[in-house]
Design a protein around this ligand. Sequence first.
Ligand code: ATP
Length: 248
Amino acid sequence: MSAQPTTDATGATTTVLPPSVSVRGVRASYGRIEVLHGVDLEVPAGSVFALLGPNGAGKSTLLKVMSGRMRPTTGEVLVGDVAIGKTPPEKLARQGVCAVPEGRGIFPNLTVRENLRIWTYRGGITLKVVEERTYESFPVLKDRRRQMAGTLSGGEQQMLAISRALVTEPRVLYLDELSMGLAPLIVAELYELVGKLARQGMTIILVEQFVTTALAVADHAAIMVHGGIEQQGTPADMADAALSIYLS
Ligand code: ATP
């Protein structure tokens, strides 16, 4: 695990370790239909954790609960020692919890630059710094800075979404279907960046339909089936199990 140096409002640099994430006995429902039936999961601090499983298994729902966007009916999620769900969203942001949800979480009717300006609202960071960090990782976004985000290609939209994670330096990053609708080359590029973010000191939890891609970047994985965790372990442990579950 690597530590992540951050600069506070006074300009002092502090070192913040990425937290572990614990899911304990989580049940969650849409209306009267329960889709998570008691999930327990331990995500080690600073790891890249892949959540695999067939369509409808409950992966996106679990990410929503883990990132505080959906309340469980019972159970709890802890990020470090902070209880998600009992903590207001603005406090979660200060704790460094960040989600890049399915659907990309960008503002389609704003330009690239205007989207970047929004990332500055977390405080203590200027648009200039945001632009520098973003364009360093994604030079193509510099050429597109006056373009409406909704008219960017799928890959460019995903880059913009990830730039938020680069800029606000969350300690926990949730990535839901990063590869959705993207060409393999762009997916490989984005996952290279995910690996880099992890090495810089983030706990990353991702849902990914491409098992091989996910297992290549992850250092822990779990397979979800019917709203529960079927199996978890190292990518090597999970590779055969994942295949058999997808093929069954
Ligand atoms: P996929 O890989 O297809 O995205 P998933 O594993 O992420 O699937 P979820 O999206 O969490 O699964 O869905 C779990 C179950 O909850 C499914 O049966 C789905 O139909 C249902 N569900 C998801 N979102 C809603 C919603 N907003 N309202 C009602 N039911 C929902």
